[in-house]
Ligand binder design. Structure first.
Ligand code: SF4
Length: 161
């Protein structure tokens, strides 16, 4: 299971396959991480610095995080994609990336991920892939990544991007 949590200037990824329940997260920020709550991660409950420090102590890499850099991620199911928008201080939105999939009887085939070069190395591509993975899982669909980047994020996910 892949989940993306976003609030303010931070985005947190959680990969349940890697979660070994050593509960360092719960100890580090009990208001944020609570296995008895749904959703179990609530980024509104503690300062970003506390959450960031706690995520970086996750011993298995199940939790990772990036700053959002004023970029929001949305799903666009009509066009089978997730989309990244850079939001200016005046609220103007500009599309700067997307991740595309097509439906098949085997599942959602994620075949393309792209982010504008000036926004690279900010974790935006990973947010795009996680957004789709979460949507697929919530729909009960299997995820079939054919895009090399999505494959890397969803299978080995040791990348920071
Ligand atoms: S610290 Fe990491 S591995 Fe341990 S319970 Fe929390 S998310 Fe899972």
């Amino acid at each position: 299971m892949h989940r993306l949590y976003e609030y303010g200037d931070i985005a947190v990824f959680w990969d349940s396959e890697k979660c070994r329940h050593q509960k360092k997260c719960v100890t580090g920020s009990p208001q944020t991480f609570d296995f008895g709550r749904r959703p179990w991660i609530d980024l509104t409950k503690a300062p970003t610095a506390e959450i960031w420090k706690t995520v970086n102590k996750c011993p298995t890499g199940a939790l990772t995080c990036v700053y959002t850099h004023n970029v929001k991620i949305e799903t666009d199911m009509d066009n089978c994609r997730s989309v990244a928008f850079s939001v200016s201080e005046t609220g103007v939105e500009e599309q700067i990336g997307e991740c595309d999939f097509k439906r098949s009887k085997e599942g959602w085939i994620i075949y393309h991920t792209e982010v504008s070069p000036e926004f690279s190395e900010k974790g935006i591509a990973k947010r795009l892939v996680y957004k789709l993975a979460e949507a697929a899982e919530r729909e009960g669909a299997d995820i079939i990544p054919t895009c090399s980047y999505a494959k890397k994020v969803l299978s080995c996910a040791e990348d920071g991007e």
